[in-house]
Design a protein around this ligand. Structure first.
Ligand code: FMN
Length: 184
């Protein structure tokens, strides 16, 4: 195992927005590899709360149709259209979803945390594959869930937009260990 490589991947991963994506197609096997890494995230009591819906190619239209069903009284058309633009600029959109353990064997926050770790695995995997990506926890994710026939114990945790992107190293804005860590 190479420490330097791991440090580089973790520290250089960053949010890349759909306007920055190129048109180069992401091969399906790479998307499957990224999803395989997602499901290797840790999970308390092995509830494995995640599930994913992949929208790529023609099925991006299916996602847009669902989004267009959203209540226009609650959400502005401008916001909805912006989302649709992001879908069109992306190669693939992974809908990040969670199934709450039916016996509530762990607190809900732990299941959200587990899905978040799965998203981080996807994000890091995108970085090494020259894929730009970003997690949008869109305000209308619950409406999306409603129009996608989610059951009561299923939730949308947003959308992971992906598109080809040649990563370049840039400085990251982070407060340092001097502020965030206390050695007791
Ligand atoms: C749980 C979570 C939700 C996020 N939701 C959004 C979002 O809805 N819209 C957005 O523009 N960025 C969203 N982001 C991305 C953050 O803005 C981004 O990670 C942050 O600015 C740090 O930049 P970096 O990812 O390049 O390090 C989200 C990130 C996380 C971890």
């Amino acid at each position: 195992m190479n420490r330097e490589t791991l440090n580089k991947i973790i520290r250089n991963r960053k949010t890349i927005y759909p306007t920055q994506f190129s048109d180069k197609e992401i091969p399906e096997n790479i998307i499957n590899e990224i999803l395989e890494n997602a499901i290797h995230a840790p999970t308390h009591r092995m509830t494995q709360p995640w599930f994913f819906k992949v929208y790529k190619g023609k099925s991006k239209d299916v996602l847009c149709e669902i989004i267009h069903k959203i209540d226009k009284q609650k959400y502005s058309v401008v916001k909805i259209n912006k989302f649709v633009e992001k879908v069109k600029s992306s190669d693939t959109i992974i809908s990040v979803c969670m199934t709450r353990d039916e016996n509530e064997r762990v607190p809900e926050w732990e299941e959200v945390a587990a899905v978040s770790m799965a998203v981080q695995n996807m994000w890091l995997s995108c970085y090494v594959n020259n894929i730009g990506s970003y997690w949008s926890t869109s305000s209308f994710k619950d409406e999306y869930a409603k129009h996608s026939a989610f059951t009561n114990n299923q939730k949308s945790l947003g959308f992971f937009f992906m598109g080809s992107y040649e990563h370049v190293e840039t400085a990251k804005l982070r407060e340092g260990l001097d502020i965030k860590v206390e050695w007791v």
